[in-house]
Design a binder for this molecule. Structure first.
Ligand SMILES: *Cc1c(COP(=O)(O)O)cnc(C)c1O
Length: 505
């Protein structure tokens, strides 16, 4: 039978889980039901419900997918999800969450996510993304300008700093091989010389440098860690020596990674000196600015970016320091020609014959195929908040870190690991009664776990010279020094409570 009239909306909506043009009302219903749960989540003044093992075991069972052969109402599923997940989720925007590089996010960025997800644009080819292409390009242009990259530069959104660093090392490897040995790795694969390629970065650089070197077939050992000075910045003298030593051993130094904002200490490697060494040696210079990159917007940290003109590529994570939801990161390259090392022309997507300047295909710059429209949230954030507000947020969290540092310095219960250059403070609780080092490790771990499990505060830990330290990562500009000192008080109380051996974690 030929149906020329759509069935009534009500009938459709009874079991209409796929979004189509008749689902508008249902979309609104779902959103308003969900909003109730979200408002409750956001309105709760604790960073975490707190955890106990019994509940964790229960939740593991609750997460199981049983009885999924037939459709059920959204209400019940949302209720279950609330009990299992939302109720137990970590509130990164809570001022007592000072653990990792998770930022509170801007409202416009959340709205942009809703739009991007609902419209469901995939930014790979023009025919799928139309003007979304220009929005991504425009955000890339904006950030390239901030880094003083000229119009010959370009970039692409990635899943995060890890992927951005991967692209940097891939380009460094392939470009060096091509320029110096005429080897086309993309086309022909491996060759002898590549086995000797070495990459230099500070010992405090992110682990993704090692991991990516391994993924690129170079191996962990291709990465030479260079020691840092007392400010946790790469020692350039040591870099020079390490490069010379590598050459004497018959190996080939191809790239240096300068970290602008190390993950633990927020320290900035001296870019200008590193740049000079890299250029003298004809090496690729990559800036890992996953954490510190957005500080280019500030007045307080602008000077750390001197030497950008020597840089070949940059990693910048908007989901760390531009107050954007995960995931949101970009990879930038000074010479856009270098994207040739990743581009591929697929018959079904972007055939070479169809290359069109007016309608670009962003896939040519990405190692992903189907890709989220992550640029939209940055675009809408810039359009609404503007860069001045964002810069003031970044300066504020840096200021908070300095205040915490000053306070801890005067407190004999604490020992500091560094002077904060960005928005982290690494320190440890020193129990004056404890006789030797290992006890300090136990106490500090105890403190971190105690605060976390009670749902009072989340502080991170890291290791320095083999010892456990605590870390504040401050990314919430609405935090206050009073609140942070209150967390310090909690740390002292937990530290006092600690009893060696008798109390188990
Ligand atoms: C976080 C971080 C990364 C990794 O970024 P992801 O977005 O988590 O993949 C790389 N480098 C530095 C310096 C970082 O702090």
């Amino acid at each position: 039978m030929f149906v020329n009239e759509a069935p009534p909306f009500k009938e459709l909506s009874l079991n209409n889980y796929l979004f189509n043009d008749e689902s508008l009302q249902l979309y609104e219903d779902y959103v308003s039901k969900t909003l109730g749960y979200i408002q409750k989540f956001l309105g709760t003044r604790k960073f975490y419900k707190g955890d106990n093992l019994e509940e964790i075991h229960e939740n593991k069972l609750k997460a199981r997918l049983v009885d999924v052969h037939s459709s059920k109402s959204i209400d019940k599923a949302l209720q279950e999800l609330n009990d299992l997940y939302i109720n137990h989720a970590i509130r990164f925007h809570n001022p007592n969450y000072v653990a990792h590089l998770n930022c509170p996010i801007t409202l416009p960025s959340i709205i942009a996510e809703l739009i991007a997800t609902t419209v469901n644009t995939a930014v790979e080819t023009w025919d799928q993304s139309t003007s979304a292409t220009f929005i991504e390009q425009e955000v890339i242009r904006w950030i390239c300008n901030e880094f003083r990259f000229d119009t010959n530069s370009d970039g692409v959104f990635t899943s995060g700093g890890t992927q951005s660093n991967f692209m940097a090392l891939l380009m460094a490897r392939d470009h060096y091989a091509f320029e110096n040995y005429g080897i086309n790795i993309k086309q022909n694969g491996w060759s002898e010389e590549v086995n000797k390629f070495k990459i230099f970065c500070s010992e405090k650089s992110h682990f993704s440098i090692q991991k990516n070197a391994a993924l690129l077939g170079l191996g962990y050992d291709a990465v030479i860690p260079v020691k840092v000075d007392e400010k946790m910045r790469m020692d350039t003298e040591a870099l020079y020596v390490a490069i010379e030593k590598t050459k004497q051993e018959g190996n080939i130094p191809i790239a240096v990674v300068a970290t602008l904002g190390t993950t633990d200490y927020g320290s900035f490697d001296p870019l200008q000196t590193i740049g000079k060494i890299a250029k003298e040696q004809n090496m690729w210079l990559h800036v890992d600015g996953a954490y510190g990159g957005c500080y280019i917007l500030t007045e307080t940290h602008e000077h750390h970016f001197k030497g950008m003109e020597m840089v070949d590529s940059v990693t910048v994570d908007f989901h760390k320091t531009l107050f954007q939801p995960v995931s949101c990161s970009a990879f930038l390259v000074k010479n856009k020609q270098h994207f040739q090392y990743v581009s591929y022309y697929a018959d079904y997507l972007n055939p070479l014959e169809n290359k069109d300047k007016e309608r670009p295909n962003l896939i040519e710059k990405s190692i992903q195929t189907t890709r989220r429209f992550d640029a939209l949230k940055v675009w809408l954030t810039l359009k609404t908040l503007g860069t001045k507000t964002i810069a003031s947020y970044l300066e504020e969290v840096h200021h908070l870190a300095k205040q915490v540092y000053t306070n801890l310095k005067e407190n004999s219960n604490f020992e500091l690991a560094h002077v904060p250059e960005l928005s982290t403070v690494v320190f440890r609780y020193k129990n004056s009664e404890a006789a030797h080092e290992p006890t300090h490790d136990d106490v500090n771990l105890y403190i971190k776990n105690k605060l976390y499990t009670s749902g009072k505060a989340s502080v991170a830990s890291t290791k320095l010279n083999g010892n456990i330290y605590l870390k504040f990562t401050l990314l919430n500009p609405k935090n206050t020094i009073e609140n942070l000192l209150n967390i310090v008080k909690m740390i002292e109380e937990a530290g006092k409570q600690y009893q060696p051996k008798t109390e188990l974690l």
